[in-house]
Design a protein around this ligand. Structure first.
Ligand SMILES: [Zn+2]
Length: 349
């Protein structure tokens, strides 16, 4: 028996060492991922997401500060192993739970040796869950033959199948400027078309008339009468049908945030003036070219328009907090199946 004892002890030691390694690894792994956990809390109206719920910041040496959740909406409490540092944590930042946004709270601490540490916690206050939401579809061109980016060209028969689906299933179509006055969007959709390519007149407009479907068309004013865009005469006919709201898509389709204030305003305001001169009616909706916008772009757009659309995104939530100058849209592409279109239509409520 005795001669096996040292082997058993050796084996036991190996097992112990392996166990310590494994436990250390598990501890580190879980400890590390814990700091990145996203935790949601909610009350009736707000959805709060806390990223890095428990950031751990470590000073040089042994002092460690562990920030723990106190009132998650204002500022967390904190535990500090080094009691001398308890009163020395500086908290910068504040979370306003009444305003949707992404907030950062920064924590700083330093000891008398000049060691310092800091941590950041990000708190996202989501918009109130929308009372209503509406699918706004974004199309570019409808044509079988393509040039440029093929996926922007929805095939004619597929576009017609989408419109027939809306018609057969009792969907109501809204102009963009009708969104605000609705209380709900069950079986309601908004169709928008960017750039005003010639296919709007030759392919889309006849189908809209066939099914009595409404749409909003965003025109690049310097392109009117050029190839391959609609002409001013065609635009008047489209507008006079009563089925199409005309919106502006700037004069030259620039990336607006890159322009200086003067050029930015000229593009936003000038295109409105040009369209109003052609149509003789107010033009109240704007679509940012390439979907590019900034707070400065929005500020100028607000001076002249009632609403503005971005490129892409998902469903547009509509409630008292809705920003009507960043309305998102579902893109409809050559690759979009009828089933996918039907699914997106069903999201209105
Ligand atoms: Zn465009």
């Amino acid at each position: 028996m005795k001669k096996y004892t040292k082997y058993i002890l050796l084996l036991g030691s190996i097992v112990m060492v392996v166990l310590v390694f494994v436990l250390t690894f598990v501890f580190l792994f879980l400890g590390g991922s814990n700091a990145d956990d996203k935790t949601s809390g909610s009350n009736d109206e707000d959805s709060i997401t806390l990223a890095s719920l428990l950031p751990v910041i470590t000073l040089k040496g042994d002092a460690e500060i562990t920030l723990v959740q106190g009132n998650p909406y204002v500022e967390p409490g904190y535990d500090i192993n080094d009691i001398d540092l308890l009163d020395k944590v500086i908290i910068e930042g504040h979370v306003d739970i009444t305003r949707a946004g992404i907030y950062e709270i920064r924590y700083h601490v330093a000891n008398t040796n000049g060691d310092a540490a800091s941590a950041v916690r990000t708190v996202t206050v989501a918009a109130r869950s929308p009372d209503a939401q509406v699918p706004i579809f974004m199309y570019h061109e409808v044509a079988d033959t393509t040039w440029g980016i093929e996926n922007l060209f929805v095939k004619v028969n597929e576009f017609e199948a989408q419109m027939k689906y809306l018609s057969d299933h009792g969907y109501q179509t809204l102009f963009v400027n009708e969104i605000r006055c609705q209380t709900g969007f069950h079986k309601k959709v908004v169709l928008t078309f960017d750039d005003a390519y010639i296919g709007f007149y030759t392919h889309i407009f006849p189908i809209l008339k066939k099914y009595t479907i409404k749409a909003t068309l965003y025109v690049i004013t310097s392109c009117m009468d050029g190839t391959p865009y609609v002409s001013t005469e065609q635009l008047r006919e489209i507008h006079d049908s009563g089925l199409v709201q005309i919106g502006s898509h700037s004069i030259t389709h620039p990336e607006l945030p890159n322009l200086n204030q003067t050029d930015m305003e000229a593009e936003i305001k000038g295109s409105q003036e040009a369209l109003e001169a052609v149509l003789g009616t107010p033009v109240t909706s704007f679509a940012y070219p390439i979907g590019a916008y900034s707070s400065q772009v929005i500020d100028i757009t607000k001076l002249y328009y009632d609403d503005a659309l971005i490129t892409g995104g998902t469903i547009a939530g509509i409630n008292s907090e809705t920003n009507y100058y960043t309305l998102p849209r579902y893109g409809v592409y050559r690759s979009t199946t009828l089933q996918a279109f039907m699914d997106m239509c069903s999201h209105g409520r």
